[in-house]
Design a protein around this ligand. Structure first.
Ligand SMILES: Cc1ncc(COP(=O)(O)O)c(C=O)c1O
Length: 399
């Protein structure tokens, strides 16, 4: 997988491929990103292996296989296993702040592939779409794959700046806007309730879709976020995307989307599903058992404890050791977004790597080639001891 198009050069995706991966582990690598021994990649957004719930999944699989029913080995219903969607609807209704019906849910193989499917169904090459500036950089790559014309819209501490969006609408209308409304990657910021409602009104008025990537919606450490965009599907202009990647395990490749029936019908009648059936019947039936047994709630509560503590620790360490970096401590999610006026984050990264620590420079998250005074750090991949060691190494780079 080449990351050159986005400029991404995380460990073993590019930098270390020649000097480390290929020599140490030629063809036997299972996971996407390996971090060389001795390095601390504070930029990495993958969950720490210790946070991946092997026991819960083993029990859920044993329960499902023990039932003796083989339907989940068959081609699945296009919309996704109804029993799984019913269990998921129960979980979402408890955690999202509004009631969710399984009829409005569609099973996906995670947000990344859902975005690609939605681009296939709702756009053609050359179409305009809007994204936040900054935005999740790997979604930007998916939009490039589909030949879309990406227009960045400025954000502030309450998310998308709607005045800028209105100005952009006067120039070119988008097919959709892609937003990460809650605990955004990379900024950690959350789109306010008021702006969510205004955005939905704009979507109705100008007839574009809102693709709300709500992957961090449940990782809230201090205060509940605004209601998910799932609460606005009656507008017929909203698709809310969710994933098990951050609340169970990315390797499951399982997620969902929630939308109005008018949009749902277009999705479930696509050729890909006609041929292959619904997505992930095997994995979703195991996750159904896990949800029904209360395992998902237990896992989420562990994650909130562990990650919430890391955010507090990281926040104190950064204030103490890197006072020149300005940031707002996130209320949820994985990421710290730091701003050092006058700094070149690409240069900082070079220095950091020489100190065996890494970060993600802001330019990766920009579709306007900007944000180079910013960089992203994450709490997902290390416990507090390694986070502290990483911040101390980073401090040396500012000397
Ligand atoms: C904002 C955002 N969306 C989507 C993803 C990927 O989601 P999935 O694993 O469901 O494809 C990530 C992963 O880092 C992310 O940060």
């Amino acid at each position: 997988m080449s990351m050159d198009a986005s400029g991404y050069c995380g460990f073993l995706r590019k930098d270390f491929v020649s000097c480390y991966t290929l020599t140490m582990m030629p063809n036997f690598q299972t996971i996407q990103t390996l971090i060389p021994p001795g390095f601390i990649d504070l930029g990495a957004g993958e969950p720490q292996p210790e946070l991946l719930p092997l026991d819960l999944l083993r029990d859920a699989a044993a329960h499902r296989f023990g039932l003796g029913d083989k339907d989940f080995l068959q081609y699945g219903l296009e919309q996704g296993d109804g029993y799984f969607r019913a269990a998921l609807a129960g979980f979402l209704s408890t955690h999202c702040g509004s009631s969710v019906s399984h009829d409005d849910l569609f099973t996906t193989s995670g947000i990344s592939s859902a975005l690609s499917l939605l681009c296939t169904l709702f756009t053609k090459p050359g179409d305009t779409i809007y994204v936040e500036e900054p935005s999740y950089f790997l979604a930007l790559r998916i939009f490039v794959d589909h030949g879309l014309h990406v227009v960045p819209i400025r954000t502030d501490t309450s998310g998308l700046v709607l005045e800028d969006m209105v100005a952009a609408l006067n120039v070119s209308k988008p097919k959709f806007i892609y937003v990460v409304p809650t605990f955004q990657n990379p900024s950690g910021q959350t789109l306010s309730q008021e702006r969510r409602e205004q955005l939905v009104e704009l979507a109705k008025e100008h007839d574009f879709l809102i693709l709300a990537d709500e992957v961090y919606q449940f990782l809230s450490y201090t205060q509940a976020p605004p209601k998910s965009f799932g609460a606005y599907i009656d507008s017929e202009h909203v698709i809310s995307l969710g994933s098990f990647s951050k609340i169970l395990a990315p390797g499951l490749r399982l997620g969902w989307l929630q939308t109005h029936q008018s949009i749902m019908q277009k999705i479930i009648s696509c050729g890909m599903l006609d041929s292959g059936g619904g997505m992930n019947p095997f994995t979703s039936t195991i996750v159904r058992s896990l949800i029904e047994s209360g395992g998902l709630d237990r896992n989420l509560s562990t994650l909130l404890d562990v990650l919430g503590k890391r955010v507090r620790v990281m926040s104190e360490l950064l204030q103490k050791h890197i006072p020149q970096a300005q940031f707002i401590p996130p209320h949820g999610g994985y990421f710290f977004w730091l701003h050092v006026p006058g700094m070149d984050a690409k240069e900082l990264r070079k220095k950091a790597q020489a100190h065996k620590v890494d970060l993600r420079p802001g330019i990766l998250f920009s579709s306007a080639n900007g944000l180079n005074e910013h960089f992203r750090l994450s709490v997902s991949h290390y416990g507090v001891d390694r986070i502290e060691e990483g911040v101390l190494r980073l401090k040396d780079c500012f000397k």
